[in-house]
Design a protein around this ligand. Structure first.
Ligand SMILES: [Zn+2]
Length: 1036
């Protein structure tokens, strides 16, 4: 799954997007080592027990005088009250008296109920009440939670195969389904507990497989707290036997973003609808009753019945289609291999497609709305997908497992994309590309999302993490391979060696430097915890750790290890220790002995990362002192787990060190640092030599030095920066800015380092500087001395801006052929110049906009369009805003639409910003997933920060209802709106708001408070120091 990520004109620095810390609890991490080990059910909390007892008394009373209407009313009222108790209520909801089920999900609305087949239904009635009472007491006596109330499914059953038959009614957005699950019994039990949520169940039948005899169903009920459906049988299912569970149900094709949902687009003035699924992580249960945990891999045979005006797609190819006379058709898909429920997918749409075939015969199709297919907007994605499947097959030495892969471009989706096996779904902006109007950045985004999803066909679909705590295993790999795979497509771009640093490493170290971060491997118990593991820590820290691992193992041994891992675990599940063991064995084969598990556990089970300090000891010969401590931005923040202070954090660190002097690097070494402080002898250390730690920044840590060494490094950069590698130049900039922000280093050091940039011709160090400056800029942009800072930055940028000039309009030239490094460097410098107010840059932007308006021809070079639009909107009058607004409505190209919308947030005019904020919630105007970006971008604009913050507070209920379930979007919004608040007043407002707010995103808010507190603290402690140095420096 790819989260929405944009490589924006100003980088999206979001230190609060991390989710809740899962504190280490004495090494107990949820699931015991064996994947099928019995999950220990936690005992009910006192309040739950209390409520259960209370409820029993009330219900007993109600039953005894049930005949009286008045009392019935009271009982109804009470049951409403219990529903409001939500998660605190305990015990199964009651079944109805006549066999109809209570506690079921909402009935489908609208005209024409889906045709359900009448079947014998669950038994109800007088005996049931009594039975339930007894059962409840029995569980209480055993001091155990009943199987339906446990956070994980009980392990006594295992699904082997599902037959799923669906009918989609697109005219009223409902669907009906019949699922037949073949079950293997591992332990005898009277209960069948499986996931089902928000559906109406019409009939349930259990039969011994291949035998006529049915097993009578005593009763059935939903237990909404754990999103399960429970079938209670008259007798126990027998061990080793296999049974068939048949459930007939119906539900809505929801107008939201999860489960089986609908979305629409306009073609030739007519609105068309499509239905598509998003099951990861826990939404398959909304589309069919199933064992919705990744470990329950099974085979699936799906059939979809729909009107013949639509086509249907699923993971596997269609085997046969059966047409009916009334204009309906049923597509029967081939059986899947063993797979997890959350990778299942289907779609009902009237898209068209283009097709290609890989060398090994995999048919790849790209499905999209017909106008996009006709324009060829899917051709780029189709072409690179074919090449990438070939790349991965070669790299992993495991062939792609299915006969086909469909890529589906949909207008609305909660994530950038989702890697369903054989049917990957992408939001249009991450897969459609019109080469005549796309920037390099856009091309890069599309490319990397596709590389990511394709990697998942192996890391995820084929080998699936056992449980969600290790979601980083699949997401970290897919994110890391975004860079490796893009290097395969564009060998000159050096993505893994260079851009990985700014886009992944530097960015995640911002998040992971908060005291309230969490380990990359997070404990997950409740279903409600699962969404929060999909955050940048899992993706980016996961990727950064994998890169560090690959680097100290050596890339070819690492690759061999991955090949073994995939081969051993294909069609199954694996946990992180399986990976560590396989990699250790691979190292052993080449004669190296490293216990990878021991090393990596420290990095994956501990939150945060170390800062290494290297002190050159001048009194003793060639001896240096190396110490490590946990890096945190706000050292005032108390650690979240007070039992373990920051002092107890220790890592085994593969520290590489280079010794250099004015003309060259004289030696390199690797030192494994595992203590708080160590002495090491460094040969060839001379009077004027400098030390540089973390060569090419392959390690996940920061390095600090004594001031003398920093000065030597600055001197080296100024005299001849090429002695130090491009990655280390970028690394020094990022480390210095962040060490200063956290108070480890005087504020002037990073500003002195960036002086050498006037001679820097490589993109990466500029990019690192631009990203590192961004949070600093946001800390200062509303202060009265801001112009001093502004002036300093402009001076650093001026000469390179003059040297590089503006790009010409290269509409005819394919982007792919353009020089990526050079164009990206020029773009970065123009961006800095325009946003810090370089006069020439402003004039140039205004001229280009005026030309567009007067000629109605857009001749603005593609790669800088977003900068020009934004600068134009911020400098020029309201007419320009209206013009851009009009273009936003009229353009059909998704890439263009997005940057036009973002440009509107750049205005200085508060009325316009308010108007835009209010329009952003109108789904007809702004797509749901884009509204968040509008609000966040207004918050980045110093003229709009307070407006966005106020708007956010006023609309919180609406926003939370809209995005709450897709937690990632919600936390992105919370962090985006609050991360640059930095005054005492704003901190108070934030705390007051949190006190009064209702529901959702609690973790994001505690993160927000820590970030704003750190901002306020920086202002108090370091702002003046910075301005003093700047004043002095500007007058020199
Ligand atoms: Zn992913």
């Amino acid at each position: 799954m790819a989260l929405e990520e944009k490589r924006e004109k100003r980088p999206p620095v979001t230190p609060m997007m991390i989710e809740e810390e899962a504190a280490l609890r004495n090494g107990s991490r949820g699931l015991p080592p064996g994947p099928w080990a019995e999950a220990a059910g936690p005992r009910p909390r006192t309040t739950e027990r209390h409520i259960a007892v209370h409820k029993r008394l009330v219900l007993g009373f109600a039953v005894s005088i049930l005949a009286l209407l008045a009392v019935t009313m009271i009982a109804v009222l009470l049951s409403v009250r219990f529903e409001e108790c939500g998660a605190a209520a305990d015990g199964p909801p009651r079944t109805g008296g006549n066999g109809s089920l209570s506690g079921v999900a909402r009935q489908p609305h609208g005209a024409g109920q889906p045709p359900g087949r009448p079947e014998e239904d669950a038994r109800g009635g007088e005996a049931v009440e009594e039975e339930e009472e007894e059962e409840e007491e029995e569980w209480q006596r055993r001091r155990e939670l009943p199987p339906w109330a446990r956070p994980r499914l009980p392990r006594h059953l295992r699904p082997l195969h599902y037959n799923l038959m669906l009918t989609a009614f697109m005219e009223n957005f409902t669907f009906s389904g019949e699922v037949n699950v073949q079950l293997e019994v591992r332990n005898a039990s009277r209960y069948i507990v499986l996931h089902a949520h928000r559906m109406h169940i019409e009939a349930v039948r259990v039969a011994e497989d291949k035998l006529a005899g049915g097993v009578r169903v005593a009763r059935t009920f939903f237990y909404p707290q754990t999103q399960v459906f429970v079938v209670v049988l008259n007798r126990s299912l027998e061990v080793q036997k296999s049974y068939n569970l048949k459930i007939i149900y119906n539900a809505l094709i929801e107008n939201e973003l999860l489960g089986f949902f609908r979305s629409s687009y306009v073609l030739h003035g007519e609105r068309r609808f499509l239905g598509v699924t998003q099951f990861s992580p826990t939404h398959a249960r909304k589309a069919f009753p199933c064992f919705d945990e990744p470990i329950y891999k099974a085979t699936f045979k799906i059939s979809i019945r729909h009107q013949a005006t639509y086509l249907s797609l699923s993971n596997m190819p269609v085997e046969t289609s059966v047409f009916e006379e009334d204009g309906w058709v049923t597509d029967h898909f081939s059986q899947t291999p063993l797979m997890s429920t959350y990778y299942l997918a289907w779609a009902v749409c009237n898209f068209t497609y283009r097709e290609t075939v890989t060398k090994s015969g995999v048919v790849v199709r790209l499905y999209a709305r017909p106008d996009a297919i006709r324009r060829g907007s899917g051709d780029y994605a189709l072409n690179i997908t074919r090449r990438l499947i070939e790349f991965y097959e070669d790299y992993f030495k495991v062939p792609y497992s299915l006969p086909k892969l469909d890529l589906l471009a949909v207008p609305k989706h909660p994530y950038a994309a989702m890697e369903n096996w054989g049917l990957s779904v992408f939001v249009e902006q991450r897969i459609l590309l019109d080469p005549s109007i796309s920037s390099i950045l856009y091309l890069l985004d599309v490319t990397m999302v596709i590389v990511h999803e394709l990697c998942h066909q192996w890391f995820g679909d084929l080998v699936t993490p056992v449980w969600w705590e290790d979601v980083w295993l699949k997401e970290g790999f897919a994110h890391y391979f975004e860079f490796v795979g893009t290097d395969y497509l564009y060998p000159g771009w050096n993505m893994e060696k260079q851009r990985f640093l700014t886009d992944v490493l530097h960015e995640v170290m911002l998040l992971d430097g908060l005291a309230s971060s969490h380990p990359v491997s997070q404990e997950v118990q409740q279903a409600s915890d699962i969404d929060r593991v999909f955050d940048w820590i899992a993706y980016k820290k996961g990727a950064a750790l994998i890169r560090m691992l690959a680097s100290f193992m050596g890339h070819s041994v690492f690759q061999m290890g991955l090949q073994d891992y995939l081969t051993i675990h294909k069609y199954g599940n694996a946990a992180r220790n399986d990976l560590w063991n396989t990699l250790s064995k691979a190292l052993k084969r080449v004669g190296k002995s490293v216990n990878i598990q021991e090393v990596m556990d420290q990095w994956t089970l501990q939150m945060g990362y170390p800062v290494i300090t290297i002190l050159g000891n001048e009194t003793t010969d060639n001896i240096i002192v190396i110490s490590q401590e946990r890096f945190v931005y706000d050292s005032d923040t108390k650690p979240k787990d007070p039992a373990r202070g920051d002092n107890s954090y220790l890592w085994q660190i593969p520290l590489t060190i280079a010794v250099g002097n004015t003309s060259h690097i004289s030696s390199e070494a690797i030192i494994w640092v595992s203590n708080k402080s160590e002495h090491h002898r460094i040969p060839a250390l001379e009077e004027a030599s400098w030390l540089l730690g973390n060569i090419n920044q392959t390690g996940y840590f920061r390095v600090n030095y004594d001031i003398r060494n920093w000065k030597l490094l600055i001197n080296q950069l100024t005299r001849n920066h090429e002695v130090i590698s491009v990655s280390n130049r970028a690394g020094l900039i990022d480390d210095a800015f962040n060490l200063a922000r956290a108070g480890y280093l005087p504020q002037n050091i990073p500003l002195e380092i960036m002086r050498y940039l006037s001679e820097e011709k490589d993109f990466l160090p500029w990019h690192a500087a631009s990203r590192a400056l961004y949070p600093l800029d946001k800390l200062l942009d509303r202060t009265e001395n801001y112009n001093i800072f502004n002036e300093y930055i402009l001076r650093q940028v001026a000469s390179m801006y003059l040297k590089l000039g503006w790009p010409t309009n290269n509409l005819n030239k394919s982007l792919v052929q353009a020089s990526y490094q050079h164009e990206e460097l020029r773009r970065e410098v123009i961006m800095l110049a325009c946003s810090f107010g370089n006069k020439h840059c402003h004039q140039q932007a205004a001229t280009l906009i005026s030309d567009w308006i007067s000629s109605n021809r857009n001749r603005i070079p593609l790669n800088v369009r977003d900068i020009v639009y934004c600068t134009g909107v911020s400098l020029m009058d309201e007419d320009v805003w209206e013009f851009i607004w009009m273009k936003f409505h009229s353009t059909t190209a998704v890439s263009e639409k997005k940057i036009l919308l973002e440009a509107l947030t750049c205005s200085d005019d508060r009325n316009l910003l308010n108007r835009l904020l209010n329009l952003s919630l109108n789904s007809e105007v702004v797509l749901d997933q884009d509204a968040i970006d509008v609000i966040i971008h207004v918050a980045r604009n110093p003229h709009g920060r307070d407006l966005a913050w106020k708007f956010f507070r006023e609309k919180w209920k609406i926003l939370n209802a809209r995005y709450g379930e897709a937690l990632f979007m919600n936390s992105k919004l919370v962090s985006g709106v609050t991360e640059f608040l930095n005054t005492e007043g704003e901190l108070r407002e934030l705390k007051n708001f949190i006190k009064s707010y209702e529901g959702g995103a609690a973790v994001s808010f505690s993160r927000a408070v820590e970030t704003v507190e750190a901002n306020v603290r920086w202002q108090r402690l370091y702002k003046e120091e910075l301005f003093q140095w700047l004043r002095k420096s500007l007058t020199q």
